[in-house]
Design a binder for this molecule. Structure first.
Ligand SMILES: Cc1cc2nc3c(=O)[nH]c(=O)nc-3n(C[C@H](O)[C@H](O)[C@H](O)COP(=O)(O)OP(=O)(O)OC[C@H]3O[C@@H](n4cnc5c(N)ncnc54)[C@H](O)[C@@H]3O)c2cc1C
Length: 406
């Protein structure tokens, strides 16, 4: 059998053009598209599925983790908070943050962190409506499959595949919100894989007989990496922990990812049959925690807890424990090698240890907002490494983002 074949070169139609192309419609991509459109950029958001929200909605990861530090102080603001509120516009599924939204005491805010459970369908639909109202063009069922670049590395076009076949989108700048740094890899930007790979997960909604209440089974709740020391005061000591047996996977190999999903499905199917419940909806997108990321101008580390970061683009707490606060550096979003590309969400440039903190919904919204805001500032093209940080920070602050802790 041939190991490779030659694909004949062919002309591709430039099907669309825009100033900012956001690749991936998860939380990071949604936040990026909102911020870029509000900043005046002409935005296309492409998404391989036919709904927005990524893992948070299609994967049924319906727990909007905390915006606060667990000691009564809010840490993430701007779109991270706006999207939390939007997620429960039609009511929370559980854990409505009364203490935070209805004027609770500090004591209550310490007791109840600023988080919520949301309905994934309402959230996906509300986000779609918001983006359309902002003039964002959404291209569903469209996978980003490559890039065309100028001699200096600038991306001139993103190559796409959808029902119309293969085509190209002409761009001024690109935000990689694919979660897996697909665009970074296509553009030959420096990338890194998560050292220990991913554990399996497959969440599902179910009904029990004679009980009308819909319940969420977080099947594969925790990812217990073999041979790693765990802080037993965190959720890793919880009796809710449930892991799924099976090989760890990288998340960036097509056949391996497919097999991982099939293995998770098999375990989930057995779990459903064993429990005797009726499945109502199963996660419809692979559940991948940390796969591939950009290696940016810096790789931010876990030891930046409560350290002042001068080029902060917003903050995140640590969902796993009370106390830590991270100011996220703008340099985690770009590489000097590709002038007009930014990463957002779970593929920004952080160490394996900090990645577990920045991969969840609130920090994905924080970095998405920063990337979209920067993209709007350079909507006619330019070099993200040369964007004045003061200009970006001023814009973010005007849009409600708090950059520094105290
Ligand atoms: C088992 C598990 C449990 C979790 N629990 C929680 C939790 O309780 N709370 C919490 O806040 N977070 C949790 N997380 C993390 C969180 O859900 C995600 O990391 C976060 O939502 C990621 O957002 P994102 O936008 O960066 O990426 P994603 O949600 O992965 O979005 C990426 C989007 O890009 C699309 N895409 C990918 N590649 C392409 C391409 N080439 N072309 C076009 N489209 C593409 C995908 O379809 C997807 O919609 C959990 C994650 C897992 C796996």
């Amino acid at each position: 059998m041939d190991i490779t074949i030659y694909e004949a070169s062919r002309q591709l139609p430039v099907a669309h053009s825009c100033q900012t192309l956001v690749c991936g419609g998860g939380i990071a991509g949604v936040a990026a598209a909102i911020a870029a459109a509000r900043g005046g950029s002409d935005v296309i958001l492409l998404e391989r599925e036919f709904a927005l929200g990524g893992m948070a909605t299609l994967g049924l990861i319906t727990i909007y983790l905390p915006l606060c530090d667990g000691a009564g102080t809010q840490i993430s603001f701007g779109l991270a908070e706006e999207l939390l509120k939007l997620s429960i516009k039609h009511g929370a599924e559980d854990s409505y943050p009364t203490a935070w939204l209805d004027g609770g005491s500090r004591e209550n805010k310490i007791k109840n962190r600023y988080l919520t459970r949301f309905n994934p369908h309402f959230f996906a639909l509300a986000v779609e409506e918001l983006l359309l109202n902002l003039g964002v063009r959404i291209l569903y069922g469209t996978i980003a499959a490559g890039v065309a670049q100028n001699a200096d590395g600038t991306i001139s076009h993103v190559l796409i595949e959808n029902k119309s076949g293969r085509g190209a989108i002409a761009v001024k700048n690109v935000i990689d919100a694919t979660g897996d740094a697909d665009i970074c890899a296509f553009a030959d930007a420096p990338t890194a894989l998560y050292g220990t790979g991913n554990g399996l997960a497959s969440w599902y909604y179910y009904l029990e007989q004679n009980d009308p209440e819909l319940k969420l089974k977080m099947f594969g709740l925790a990812d217990i990496v073999p041979d790693r020391e765990y802080d037993k005061t965190t959720e890793y000591n919880s009796d809710k922990i449930q892991t799924i047996a099976g090989a760890r996977f990288s998340g960036v190999d097509g056949a391996e990812l497919s097999n991982a999903v099939i293995t998770a499905h098999k375990s989930m199917y057995a779990d459903i049959l064993k429990s005797g419940v009726v499945p109502v909806r199963t996660s419809a997108i692979p559940l991948v925690r940390m796969s591939r990321r950009l290696v940016g101008a810096i790789t931010q580390e876990l030891d930046t807890d409560r350290v002042r970061v001068e080029d902060s683009i917003g903050m995140t707490p640590d969902w796993r424990k009370r106390g830590p606060v991270f100011e996220l550096s703008y340099k985690t979003l770009y590489t000097k090698k590709i002038p007009n590309l930014l990463a957002a969400g779970r593929c920004i440039s952080v160490s394996d240890e900090l990645w577990d903190v920045t991969r969840v919904i609130p920090p994905c919204a924080v970095t998405g907002q920063a990337a979209g805001t920067a993209a709007a500032l350079l909507k006619d093209g330019g070099n993200f490494a040369k964007l004045g940080i003061a200009q970006l920070q001023t814009r973010l602050q005007l849009d409600g983002v708090v950059l520094h802790n105290g």
